[in-house]
Design a protein around this ligand. Structure first.
Ligand code: TXA
Ligand code: MG
Length: 331
């Protein structure tokens, strides 16, 4: 694991404040490489309760516990061979591993489930916070995405302040999230691996390291809030449209009197009056990085309908397609 240089000056002072707040049971906005989290001491019942209250998250949806490394993960979950392989290959990074929770590990983040979700983030500020909390006896930080329940995840500090600024006084500045969508979640608590949430790290990459296929989640899988049909949703209706149908769908929406935002690789025909266009990259990494920012911008535009060009169907795009299908699901 690479040690990061400690932030100094103003950044260092704010880091000190954030660490002190976390140690005192407060919650802070924390940058990670995937999305920004709303962080609190996972060992503190009241800190975890604050997270639920501020997010408006239902009490039966468990939170991910962030750790500095596998040594800390072992204090929370029943570590196994598969976990070790995945941690060696992908931690620190955008992978969350679900394990059986150890008897005696604080259960507050687990929403009554016998399992616990663990992630070792790579963002240097998240790591600096976790490293400084360790000597204070805090080995895990619960951090769901720092947005209100069901809405679009934040990928920069300004998004967190816009959503939760009234309730959260400290939001650490960590730049734009490098990955941009939430971590891949794999369940290793049930004998064979299950994919609970697709992410930047694909199931094929996990399977290659594990030496066995990673199954899609079934009905016995633990509850994942991102698995609700409508999640990650902008405020305005969003429709996914195949590239070949885009011009026709736009013409139809305009004829019906809509003010329309279009997000597509190629500028649509008839773009102009009453239409806001936002270009979309053709690269999957860039689309992941930009997805939530694009949704927020289109939500804020003077339109009442968002038309989003459907991305390709290949496995590499499965996380993007997953998020977009939920964003487009009827509410
Ligand atoms: O990238 C991420 O994972 C971000 C950053 C902040 O690390 N966090 C994040 O947290 O996306 P959240 O709370 O928005 O999503 C946590 C997901 C939920 O879908 C939840 O149901 C699932 O993890 N989860 C948490 N504990 C679980 C458990 N014990 N078993 C199964 N799923 C669990
Ligand atoms: Mg979330």
């Amino acid at each position: 694991m690479i040690d990061q240089p400690e932030p100094t000056g103003i950044a260092g002072a704010i880091l000190d404040d954030a660490v002190a707040a976390l140690a005192a049971g407060e919650v802070v906005g924390l940058p990670t490489e995937t999305v920004y989290g709303l962080a609190g001491d996972a060992g503190s019942r009241s800190a975890v309760e604050k997270i639920y209250r501020i997010k408006g998250r239902p009490a039966d949806h468990p939170l991910i516990v962030h750790v500095l490394g596998d040594a800390q993960a072992r204090q929370w979950g029943a570590w196994n061979d598969a976990a070790q392989r995945l941690a060696d290959a992908f931690w620190p990074g955008p992978l969350t591993i679900v394990l059986r929770r150890l008897i005696g590990a604080p259960p507050w983040a687990c929403a009554g489930q016998p399992t616990i979700a663990l992630r070792c983030p790579s963002h240097p500020i998240a790591r600096a916070v976790l490293a400084r909390l360790l000597p204070q006896g805090i080995s895990g930080v619960a951090a769901p995405s720092a947005n209100r329940f069901g809405r679009v995840s934040p990928t920069c500090a300004a998004h967190v302040r816009a959503d939760l600024g009234n309730e959260v006084t400290i939001v650490l500045e960590g730049g734009d999230a490098e990955v941009g969508i939430e971590s891949t979640i794999v369940d290793l608590s049930r004998g064979r691996p299950y994919l609970l949430r697709p992410g930047h790290l694909g199931a094929d990459a996990l399977a290659a390291v594990l030496g066995e296929p990673v199954a899609a989640a079934d009905s016995a899988a633990p509850k994942v809030s991102g698995s609700l049909a409508s999640h990650y949703a902008p405020m305005k209706p969003l429709r996914l449209v195949a590239s070949s149908q885009l011009d026709a769908a736009l013409a139809q929406a305009l004829a019906a009197g809509h003010r329309v935002a279009v997000c597509s690789v190629v500028r649509p025909q008839g773009e102009g009056h009453g239409v806001v266009w936002r270009s979309r990259s053709a690269s999957v990494d860039e689309v992941e990085r930009d997805l939530y920012r694009a949704m927020r911008e289109l939500d804020a535009a003077q339109v009442d309908l968002i038309l989003m060009e459907s991305p390709p169907g290949e496995p590499a795009w499965s996380a993007v397609n997953d998020r977009l299908e939920r964003a487009a699901a009827p509410r």
